[in-house]
Design a protein around this ligand. Structure first.
Ligand code: AMP
Length: 354
């Protein structure tokens, strides 16, 4: 991994940071929020997409940098230009996917909001994510099965499959063998999880180690806030996400929702200091279970996204929760910009940028 000292040395020369990201995913919200916090913004993307970003004048980046493909972001020429412009990159899902987690860790030296070390913990779903969330944080996750142990409905997840492509359901070792054979599954290329029947909720949190806001609950060295909640709108019969819808919880569930956020942050501080800085989203399923003859709603987390997720696009002018935390409309994009602004003012950027 690129040594943090190298990034922090670059950061030292940043007089007036600009906020930069790739034109995709949650970038409209990032540019819009940055502008509300008085930052200049830079969008990087394909020329043919510029029109879309000019179509929304309040979210159009101040500068557009054209690339032919996202691999070009690794070119020294492009990286040096971003450094010269004092750009801080906001990593989002498309950025990580297009540039590649390993490339970002090894070759991308432009300062990035958050902790780079989290990329590996997010990427390795099978071992690292489970260790972080289940073992360290004590968060409830769907049980994992070996093929011969299958005694209920399970979901078979293929490593590296995007958006659930190729996942399949089965209920016995025999059914698994038949379906795995038909798909020519290789050993070690999948995980088997209990299939949780229930409703999917995606709470988006923000961990601030600097937190001076009253919002949120204590976590790590600061606070963790609940910014918004969404669910994915998927094409029928599959897992292809085409949009997002905002949700609110039954109020009695909020205690567990905050507890899961807090535990995720607290555990991350030990595993990869300075921890899960900034936005993250727990991908959860709410299920009804019988405990001591009583029906209770339990929250299962099946994955974490350790950065801003596109689901936060449901609340560009604040959510049904952020309105209880802030007097002004607070999107995730704006919350990120505010954190950078505060850190810059207090000369603490190295605490949240690496
Ligand atoms: P993932 O790639 O892990 O985000 O999973 C893709 C989709 O599969 C999710 O959006 C869920 O709809 C579904 N899914 C994943 N894990 C489970 C599970 N343990 N039980 C039920 N559905 C799941």
């Amino acid at each position: 991994m690129i040594p943090t000292e190298r990034i922090h040395k670059i950061l030292k020369d940043y007089k007036k940071p600009k906020i930069a990201t790739i034109l995709s995913h949650s970038s409209l919200q990032i540019f819009h929020g940055a502008r509300l916090e008085d930052f200049k913004t830079i969008g990087i993307g394909m020329k043919e997409n510029f029109e879309i970003y000019r179509a929304f004048p309040e979210a159009t980046p101040d500068e557009l940098i054209a690339v032919d493909n996202y691999e070009q972001l690794l070119d020294e020429e492009v990286q040096d230009e971003l450094v010269r412009k004092h750009a801080i990159i906001i990593p989002h899902g498309s950025f990580v996917e297009y540039v590649g987690a390993a490339n970002i860790e090894e070759k991308f030296y432009v300062p990035m909001f958050g902790n780079r070390a989290v990329l590996a913990w997010e990427h390795d779903k099978k071992i690292k994510q489970r260790h972080w969330l289940e073992k360290k944080a004590g968060i409830r996750m769907p049980r994992e099965f070996q093929p011969q142990e299958i005694d209920r409905k399970v979901i078979v997840k293929l490593e590296g499959a995007k958006g659930g492509r190729g996942f399949f359901i089965c209920s016995s070792p025999k059914e698994f063998r038949t379906k795995a054979k038909a798909r020519k599954l290789k050993e070690g290329s999948f995980t088997i999880q209990e299939f949780i029947e229930g409703n999917r909720y995606y709470p988006s949190y923000f961990y601030s180690p600097l937190s001076k806001t009253k919002a949120g609950v204590p976590a790590g060295k600061g606070k963790v806030e609940l910014i918004c909640v969404d669910r994915r709108d998927e094409l029928s019969g599959g897992y292809t996400v085409v949009g997002n819808i905002e949700l609110v919880y039954r109020e009695s569930l909020l205690k567990q929702v905050f507890e899961d956020g807090r535990r995720t942050v607290d555990a991350s501080l030990d595993l990869f200091p300075p921890g899960m800085i900034g936005p993250f989203c727990l991908e959860t399923i709410l299920a009804e279970r019988e405990v001591n003859d009583k029906k209770v709603t339990q929250i299962y987390t099946f994955e974490i996204s350790a950065r801003i997720v596109a689901g936060t696009n449901v609340a560009p002018d604040g959510s049904r929760y952020s309105c209880f935390s802030y007097k002004e409309p607070m999107s995730m994009g704006r919350r990120i910009a505010r954190e950078i602004k505060q850190a810059a003012n207090e000369k603490k950027l190295p605490l949240i940028v690496a």
